[in-house]
Structure formats: C-alpha cells, structure tokens
Design a binder for this molecule. Sequence first.
Ligand SMILES: Cc1cc2nc3c(=O)[nH]c(=O)nc-3n(C[C@H](O)[C@H](O)[C@H](O)COP(=O)(O)OP(=O)(O)OC[C@H]3O[C@@H](n4cnc5c(N)ncnc54)[C@H](O)[C@@H]3O)c2cc1C
Length: 423
Amino acid sequence: MTAKLTRRTFAHLAGAAAIAAVASPSLVRAAKARVVVIGGGPGGLTVARRLAKDAPGIDVTLVEAAARYTTCYFANHYIGGLRSLESITHTYDRVGADDRLRLMHDRAIDVDTARHQVTLQSGGTLAYDRLIVSPGIAFRIDAIDGYDETTAQTMPHAWHGGAQMRLLRRQIAAMEDGGLVLIAPPALPYRCPPGPYERASLVAQYLKQHKPRSKVVILDAKDSFAKQKLFEDGWQRFYPDMIEWLPAEFTGGLVAVDAQVGTVMSDGETFRPAVANIIPPQRAGDIAQRAGLADESGWCPVDPHTLASRLQPDIHVLGDAIDAGHMPKAAFAASEQGKLCAAAVRAALTGTTADTNLLSNACWSLIASGNAVKVGGRYGPGDVGFDEHDGFISGPDESNAERAATAQEAEDWYAKMSQEMFG
Ligand SMILES: Cc1cc2nc3c(=O)[nH]c(=O)nc-3n(C[C@H](O)[C@H](O)[C@H](O)COP(=O)(O)OP(=O)(O)OC[C@H]3O[C@@H](n4cnc5c(N)ncnc54)[C@H](O)[C@@H]3O)c2cc1C
C-alpha cells in the first residue's frame, strides 16, 4: 500500500524519522507530547478526535490503513437487503480536514516499545510519547480444519467491513430457492455477540420474500447466545420453520470445512450449504500481537481505569482488541472506551486528573424490518476489564410500537455515531 500523506504529515514524518535516527525519544523530547493512535474505527477515531479537540497541547497522529471505513454494525441490514453498502461506508475526508489532528493512511507494521517508535508500511517511522492501539480483531485462521485465508473467498466470514460483506450478500442473492444458508458462529469471546443471530433473522427475512423454500441453519459453537429468548420468539413469529439453531451440545459445533467441494462438517453431520458463512474464532488485531500487547488468550489485558496496557508501558489499548471483562466487543463500547482513554491520556500528559464515570453500552438487533430488541448496561472497572453495574434488556411481550421505537433508536444511534466519528 502507498501511504497517503495528509496536511502536515510530511513535515511530521520527516521530523519524527530524524528524531528516531539520532537519539532515543527519552533523550530528545518534542515540544508537544506526541500521541500516535493506530486504527480509525470507533475506538481509535473517537480517542483521536477527543484528544485533538480537548488537548490542544498534545500532538495527535492517527494512522489508519484504509481510505474508507465500512461499519460492521448495520452490515446485517445490508446483507439482508435493507440498506446499501454505500450507506454504511464512510470516508475520512472531514477527519483529514481537521487541522487539530494529523491523519495518515498507512499501515503500522511494527512497534519498537523500547525506542517508542511505530514503523509504517510505507517505510517511515513515528515517534510517540504515548501510543494508543485500537486495531479491532484478527481471525484464528488455523482453529478450523480445512479453513485458511483463501477459504474466506468462498465461505465468507463477513465479520470485517467491505469486500467480505459484499461477497456474502452476493452469494445469498445468487443462490437458488430451496438452498441452505449455514451460519457458523464461534465460541465467546468474539466481536458483537448477538451479530450472528441478527444476521440469521435478516437473511431469513430476505429469503422469505425472495426464495421462500430456503432455510437457515446456525451451527453454533455455543449452547446459548445473547438475547436468545427474544430471537427465538421472533423467529417463531416471523420465520416459522425457516431458522434452525443447532447448539454445540448436540453437534459438537463446526469441526471442519472443505471449500473445494463446499461442505461443512460437525462431529456427526456433513452439510452442503448453498452459502456457508463461517465466522472463525478471533483474537486482537495483528499489530497488537506484534507489539506484545496480547497475552496467551489472544486479547490485550488493560487497566480498566485508564486502558493502559498491563504488558507494555506508555501504550493504551481499547475496543475489540482488549479483554474487557463483562463489557461486550461492540462499537458503542469501543467509542465509550475511546472517551475514557482520551481523558486518561490527556490527564497523564498534562498532569491533571480525569473524571471516572461508568461506561455505557447498548446493542440493538433487528429481528425483522421495524422490529428490534436491545440489551445494554453500565460498566465500571473490575479485576479483569469491566464489571457490569446495571443492565437492561427488551421484554419478551413488547408491542409492535415498542419494537418499532427500538428500531428507530438504533437508527438514531447509528447516525449519531457516524456524526461523532466522521464529522
Ligand atoms: C455483523 C456485525 C454487526 C455488528 N453490530 C454492532 C452493533 O449493532 N452495535 C455495536 O455497537 N457494535 C456492533 N458490531 C461490533 C463493532 O463493529 C465492533 O465492536 C467495532 O467495530 C470495534 O471497533 P474497534 O475500533 O475496536 O475496531 P474496528 O472497527 O475493527 O477498527 C479498527 C481499525 O483499525 C484499522 N487498523 C487495524 N490494524 C491497523 C494497522 N496495523 N495500521 C493501521 N490501521 C489499522 C482497521 O483498518 C480499522 O479501520 C458488529 C459487528 C459485526 C461483525
């Protein structure tokens, strides 16, 4: 990838490289404290924009690999035919136009924690006083027999935004009536726990309208799942006999795939789906592993008061990449963590104190058009990540009007998040 230099980037890069070449950053301090943020998703973009706005004395550089960001949240709406891909794809144009931060479209490929320096794919380096890492997830590709990087081109996970979402949508649109869509969710923890079940709902809604003899099978690695009763009631009501959920206790879960012949195997059964949506187990994004921020679990342990890494000094980690305890891996949560992290880093670099508030999360799932349920709560620091202080969940007997209001809440949240992140 060629790095795109934005605004004052060139001067900064040259300066940072020069500093890196002559001396350790601990010997040569920049006039302003330098914060580098890796990752322009809900976690990284929130923290970068907050710091740039609230701490003019700090020099903020955001490194984001992609030129555009397609949200995973609301991607199920796209896969179910309710939204266009464009409507969930955002550019960083306004972020790049903000003079208070420096945006670089480049990939961070290494972190020298001793020298406080990030290496970029383009060949440059960035020196930091504090590094903030929010790279999202990577897949444990070798966890499924027969699965590799190429398999995802025929059996898409569609658990990253963009091309994978388009591929799954196209496969569903192209399949024959009477075919099977198999969704294989991983064991916890993974990005967006209710996501596979919302996906099953919206795929079923599409199939009911366009290919009514088709079925959806969920070959689960778990024996229960988020908002289970609400989903199962909804499936009974909107898609009777169309969605079959297979818990791991009866099948042993997904054990292997054969992408050549198009088969998916559990312990005792071989499926021949028309569309196989295989969602592999996950871990923190590659740069977090490379920087030594993840432990043997694959996730990054952090101090929940500041999101400082428990493994590397002067580095903070947030979003899906961390072990957040009871706080789910969600965009809402990542954004809340971004606000906490910005306050903590600003306090550390300016010698002030940060307020400690509970963090919120809410997660909406659409079961059918205009019919959504939600779950959420407030979270505070615990021994590992965050503990839940209080929570809420939609009731099983809500009226259509209540469910429609919940669906509208989700739309409003999406618009607000997009505005906060991309301007
Ligand atoms: C189907 C689905 C539905 C979902 N629905 C919801 C929902 O309704 N509500 C909700 O709150 N959440 C939802 N989520 C979860 C949500 O998408 C994630 O929790 C959220 O995106 C996490 O944000 P993040 O900033 O941690 O990571 P990401 O959003 O993955 O952002 C990471 C960014 O870092 C960049 N990056 C990674 N590595 C590097 C590097 N080395 N150098 C430079 N850049 C790098 C990536 O390009 C990316 O832009 C859903 C997820 C899925 C898959």
